[in-house]
Design a protein around this ligand. Structure first.
Ligand code: SF4
Length: 498
């Protein structure tokens, strides 16, 4: 018998091989930070949305630590027979096809399905597939399904200090939108049956679907045959174009070159440097002009932020980026000493006001400020300026004076083979300074990237004093390295321009 859940169905919907790999090679799954964050947000939002219609009964049951599905199905039946108006995690099984409905709401002589998503966008086809599967299971269990709804976050909701669930969530009737998907459920299930019965791996090659709607968690496994580097490592090329080239037999840089493929100047240089020992490419004049645009006192700024699906602080929206930390290196005059300042908030309180005030104290209005990929820092400063009008003028001066140290790399004025197809600071720094352990993020304790910083900061609130102190130290060291890296990049650019 086929055992299937709605998440497996959605995986199958993206690619039939996902269903097979989940069954036969589950250890090959690799979740990236974005997927893990989405899962965490999904759980948090799912719990919160249960209360959207007022009182409810949740039928979740456990056997020890394991979820007890048979008991949940029995509980659901009992609550439906009682006429309970709102049942959460209502569970059904139709011949091995299982689903738990986030919210099942009594509606006249039938029941309406409400599927909760942590996204702010209800119009995703994979969501339609998800609810079409649920409707199929429920109807085959004899339930009169009167409506199908998606409950998503309202991206325009602004928290005013009191959480209003009916404003935080937006309910969309998708009963009509899923009609097309509903006709495909049996087809997909029959396909799943065929694939899962066979222990031979399905012959399904890389395609657009590996990247859509989500980056597939089996990418590393399915792409293990690719050469290194491959067409998928090319800088700024659409995934669909990469797939087309790969499918035309142009997976390697050698093949791309042999075929006379021409991309952008940076892509062509990436291929050329990968195939030959070209050393460092430097456009001295362009770099010199860029550096001439910087002035003293010169600042190097980097922010750390965290995001929550449910807004935490007044004036913020779902998934707002809350800036909680910065590091600031600066040099006051040519040849002057390198100095450092920093700010790190406390997880229990809104860090934004104190951070904005300190930023205005630490950076003069007319100073030249650098950051890496400045859109992020500029965006956060603009949000702070909008939130604190009394600091707005100073903050906007800082923002307007930011120069992006990414420009020389993204513009192709400086290139080394080791950068590959990425100009993120995490790629550029080791390419510029391969033998300097003090610039290696791997040598940091506890926190090695922005994703870890983002996760650990709110978690500090529930740590022991010792653990919290150690985490604070790690956060400060991590962010300090981010701006020290900018200083080193600037120094290297100056050296290259000589
Ligand atoms: S990586 Fe691509 S081919 Fe492999 S399972 Fe995922 S979607 Fe399918």
């Amino acid at each position: 018998m086929l055992y299937f859940s709605k998440s497996k169905y959605c995986g199958l919907w993206q690619c039939p091989k996902i269903a097979w790999l989940r069954k036969y090679k589950p250890d090959e799954v690799r979740f990236d930070d974005a997927t893990l964050a989405r899962m965490k947000a999904g759980n948090e939002i799912g719990d919160l949305a249960m209360g959207i219609f007022g009182d409810y009964v949740e039928v979740t049951a456990y056997d020890g630590e394991k979820i007890n599905i048979p008991q949940m199905i029995l509980n659901t039946k009992a609550e439906m027979e009682k006429g309970t108006p709102v049942i959460c995690e209502a569970s059904f099984d139709f011949g091995g096809l299982y689903c738990a409905v986030d919210i099942l709401r009594r509606d006249g002589d039938g029941w309406a399905i409400y599927e909760v998503k942590s996204s702010t966008h209800p119009d995703k086809e994979v969501y339609y597939a998800d609810v079409a599967y649920q409707k199929f299971v429920l109807e085959n269990c004899g339930v009169n399904v009167t409506g199908v709804y998606l409950v998503c976050l309202n991206g325009g909701y602004v928290f005013d200090g009191e959480l209003k669930l009916n404003e935080l969530f937006r309910i969309t009737d998708v009963s009509d939108a899923i009609r097309g998907e509903s006709t495909q459920v049996e087809v997909h299930i029959a396909l799943a049956q065929k694939i899962l019965e066979d222990d031979a791996e399905p012959d399904i090659d890389l395609a657009d679907r590996c990247h859509s709607p989500y980056d597939c968690a089996f990418w590393d496994y399915c792409s293990r045959h690719l050469p290194v580097p491959s067409v998928f490592d090319l800088y700024r090329l659409g995934f669909d174009i990469k797939v087309d080239l790969y499918r035309s037999g142009l997976a390697s840089f050698e093949k791309l070159e042999e075929a006379g493929w021409k991309g952008s100047a940076i892509q062509n240089r990436q291929i050329d440097h990968a195939l030959r020992d070209r050393g460092t490419y430097v456009d001295r004049n362009k770099i010199r002009t860029f550096l001439n645009g910087l002035s003293y006192p010169l600042y190097f700024l980097d922010f750390e932020t965290f995001q929550t699906p449910v807004p935490k602080y007044p004036g913020t929206k779902p998934y707002a980026q809350i800036t909680f930390q910065y590091s600031l290196h600066y040099v006051e005059r040519e040849g002057g000493e390198l100095k450092h300042k920093e700010f790190l908030g406390e997880p229990e309180t809104d860090p934004r006001r104190a951070l904005a005030e300190r930023l205005c104290e630490d950076i003069p209005r007319d100073a030249c400020v650098t950051s890496y990929n400045k859109g992020f820092e500029c965006g956060r400063i603009k949000e702070l300026a909008d939130t604190f009008p009394d600091l707005s003028e100073h903050l906007m001066c800082i923002r307007d004076n930011i120069v992006d140290l990414l420009v020389p790399f993204r513009s192709g004025w400086y290139y080394k083979r080791a950068m590959g197809g990425s100009f993120s600071i995490k790629s550029v720094l080791p390419a510029l300074f391969p033998d300097d352990p003090s610039l290696d993020y791997h040598n940091l304790e506890g926190i090695h990237n922005g994703g870890e910083a983002m996760t650990v900061f709110p978690a500090m609130a529930s740590m022991s004093p010792e653990e919290r102190e150690a985490t604070r130290r790690n956060l400060l060291k991590y962010c300090e390295l981010d701006t020290f890296a900018l200083v080193k990049v600037w120094e290297e650019l100056k050296r290259a321009a000589e």
